[in-house]
Design a protein around this ligand. Structure first.
Ligand code: GTP
Length: 354
């Protein structure tokens, strides 16, 4: 029986601004390729080759890169929402592009190591209307929780709570019976988490949970993005797009001084130059950047064409495209530098949005 894959990629990615001003979140470079490539190649590996992207914000970026999918071994189509319809509205909007009875729906910013074939088989075996992939987290207070009964039936969708009743959360991957998708209202914004799933439970639909213990991360915040990118480079997160995991990934044309230290799953983008004595740990540096001698970059995302002058320190930062970080500047604690901003030498030793 065939399976379709729908990937929701229409969000604005506000938490990753300013990087998402120039590229939508699922297209940000991650371990050398746009993030979504990892998922598309995992689908192909699982034999799921009909892929529909639910796009909205910067839809053309997806079309230009993926085309009809043939370069990636899949049959891919983009369905555009003129105005963002939310996660449920996005699923409903692609209904006419679906062909199969089983539809896998992915959040386009989650990395999930679950065995996709087993997930689909479990959904079919139980004959559920919808199966939700669930994952356990150490601290569930920041997430909506999804308790299940002894048979794996979902009991409720609970909002964030300081005392969560379970550590099981929604992993952003669902298997739908095709006909259920037609029951989502068309032409208006709908949240699948807040409206569709609670509504299905109220109506007595058979909604099941499938608990995965494999890799899972939502790449939506800067801290998760850098950690997830490093996990891909090191092979902690499985991806066919990273055939030789290691401590660092240097993209074609990157020039790195033999006296620079690059580690912790860092990526150095194409044509980026790194000077002697630079120390780059657990960071993602995009293309055509210049990292001067003695600069220190930890757990940060450095955009395209950024210049970092000698001795600057960046810790837990997001640096927008074309920004210039002057010599000796120290930025920490989640500082974000907007695209094109020039910070003069030695001018700043604190953190905030700049
Ligand atoms: P933030 O603004 O930082 O919260 O990011 P986001 O806009 O991506 O929202 P969120 O992380 O909650 O979205 C989860 C997934 O659903 C992402 O892959 C989004 O691209 C996708 N998504 C969110 N809203 C929409 C929408 O209106 N339409 C479509 N097609 N996808 C959406």
């Amino acid at each position: 029986m065939a399976t379709d894959a729908v990937i929701l990629v229409g969000g604005f990615g506000t938490r990753l601004r300013p990087l998402t001003l120039s590229a939508p979140k699922p297209m940000l470079p991650t371990a050398g390729v746009p993030f979504l490539t990892h998922l598309v190649l995992r689908l192909r590996e699982a034999g799921i080759t009909h892929v529909v992207l639910g796009t909205s914000y910067r839809a053309e970026v997806f079309e230009d890169y993926f085309g009809d999918g043939s370069r990636f071994g899949v049959d891919l189509r983009c369905v555009v929402e003129k105005e963002a319809l939310g996660t449920g509205g996005g699923i409903r909007n692609v209904a006419s592009a679906l062909r199969a009875d089983t539809v896998l729906v992915f959040n386009g910013d989650n990395m999930i190591g679950v065995d996709l074939v087993d997930f689909v088989e479990s959904h079919r075996k139980t004959d559920a209307d919808v199966t939700l992939c669930l994952t356990r987290v150490e601290d569930a207070r920041a997430y909506g929780c999804v308790p299940t009964d002894a048979d794996g039936r979902v009991e409720a969708f609970l909002e964030k709570d300081p005392n969560p009743v379970t550590d099981q959360i929604n992993a952003g991957l669902y298997a739908f019976k095709r006909r259920l998708i037609d029951t989502i209202p068309a032409g208006r914004p709908v949240s699948v988490e807040k409206e569709t799933f609670p509504g299905l439970l109220r109506s007595g639909a058979d909604v099941r949970g499938y608990l995965t213990t494999g890799y899972w991360r939502d790449f939506g915040t800067p801290a998760d993005f850098v950690q997830g990118s490093a996990d891909l480079v090191r092979g902690v997160a499985p991806s066919p797009a990273v055939p030789r995991p290691g401590e660092r990934l240097l993209m074609p044309g990157a020039s790195v001084s033999p006296k620079a230290k690059i580690y912790g799953g860092s990526t150095i983008g194409a044509r980026t130059a790194v000077g002697a004595g630079a120390d780059i740990d657990g960071s993602a540096v995009f293309e055509d950047a210049r990292i001067a001698a003695g600069a220190v970059i930890r757990r940060s995302i450095v955009g395209n064409r950024v210049t970092v002058h000698p001795g600057a320190l960046l810790e837990d930062c997001v640096i927008g495209d074309d920004a210039v970080i002057g010599a000796g500047i120290e930025l920490r604690y989640g500082a974000r530098v907007w695209p094109g901003v020039h910070l003069a030498e030695g001018s700043i030793r604190f953190s905030s949005d700049l």
